[in-house]
Design a binder for this molecule. Structure first.
Ligand code: ADE
Length: 250
C-alpha cells in the first residue's frame, strides 16, 4: 500500500517510520510512504504556504494554491482518497482504519495553524478525519496515528495474521488481560487456566476477560458487539454480581 503525505514538516515522520512495525513493513515492500513538502509547491519567492484569513481574526490559514498544486501534481488525476486531518472531521475508528486499508493508494493532507482555505476541501479533499475531540498543533501526529492504525490491516504487516482481528475494537470488544512469564510475581499469580494447556478453556477465559473488561470500561461497545447467547448470559451474571456487591456495600 502506498501513502502520499502532504505536510510542512516531513521530518516529523522520520522516527515513526523508522522503527518497529512500520519500519519492517517498508523494508519488506508492504508499505511505501512518500512525504511531500507542501512548501516545495509554493510559487512566490518567499515560498509562502500560509496567510492571515480574510476578515481578520488572527491565526494563519494554509493557502489553497500550494496545497492543490501539490496534490494534483502527485496524484496525476488518479482517483485516490484524499484525507484532510482536522478536528472538524469524522471521528477515526478501527472500522475506518480497516476500510482505508483496502485502497492501494491513499493521500493524507496534514492541516496546520487555524485551518486550511475552504476551497482545498472543495477541490481535492474526499474525507475529513479527526482522531479525537482535542486540538493538536497540526495534523502530522493525526496522520501518523492513522498511518499506523491502517498499516496494521495490510496483509502480512503483522507477524501473526491473527493479531489485527484480535485487536481491541476489531471484534467489537476491548482486549482482555494478557500475561507472560513468570507465573508468580510478588504474589500476583497468572490465572491457572492459562498454564493448563487446555486450548478450549484458554479461549473461553480470554473471551470472558474481554467481555468483563468491555463491560467495566466501555459498556457502550456491548450494544453493537456480536455476542452469542452464552456471552449474553455471562454478562447478565456479571451485572447481577455487581448489583449484589452494591447491595452489600449499602
Ligand atoms: N488537527 C488538529 N487537531 C486534530 C485532531 N484532533 N484530529 C485530526 N487532525 C487534527
Amino acid at each position: 500500500m502506498r501513502f502520499e503525505i502532504f505536510t510542512l514538516f516531513p521530518a516529523m515522520f522520520e522516527s515513526v517510520l523508522g522503527e518497529s512495525i512500520l519500519k519492517r513493513a517498508r523494508e519488506r515492500g508492504l508499505l511505501t510512504v512518500n512525504l511531500h513538502n507542501i512548501r516545495a509547491y509554493a510559487t512566490d519567492k518567499h515560498q509562502t504556504t500560509d496567510e492571515p484569513p480574510y476578515g481578520g481574526g488572527g491565526g494563519m490559514v494554509l493557502k489553497v494554491e500550494p496545497l492543490v498544486r501539490a496534490v494534483e501534481s502527485v496524484l496525476q488525476g488518479e482517483s485516490v482518497p484524499v484525507i484532510l486531518t482536522t478536528p472538524q472531521g469524522e471521528r477515526f475508528t478501527q472500522r475506518m482504519a480497516a476500510d482505508f486499508a483496502q485502497y492501494p493508494r491513499l493521500a493524507i493532507l496534514c492541516g496546520r495553524y487555524e485551518g486550511v482555505d475552504e476551497r482545498v476541501r472543495a477541490l481535492v479533499v474526499t474525507h475529513e478525519v479527526s482522531i479525537g475531540d482535542y486540538v493538536l498543533s497540526g495534523g502530522e501526529l493525526a496522520a501518523m496515528v492513522m498511518l499506523d492504525a491502517i498499516a496494521r490491516h495490510i496483509p502480512h504487516v503483522l507477524g501473526n495474521a491473527e493479531s489485527a482481528p484480535n485487536d481491541s475494537f476489531s471484534s467489537g470488544l476491548l482486549e482482555g488481560a494478557h500475561y507472560t512469564r513468570p507465573p508468580d510475581f510478588r504474589g500476583l499469580r497468572v490465572p491457572e487456566v492459562l498454564l493448563s494447556g487446555d486450548h478450549g478453556a484458554v479461549a473461553r477465559w480470554r473471551r470472558e476477560s474481554a467481555l468483563r473488561r468491555t463491560w467495566q470500561r466501555r459498556p457502550d461497545l456491548l450494544l453493537s458487539a456480536p455476542l452469542s447467547e452464552a456471552e449474553r448470559y455471562f454478562l447478565g451474571e456479571l451485572a447481577e454480581m455487581w448489583a449484589r456487591s452494591k447491595d452489600s456495600q449499602a
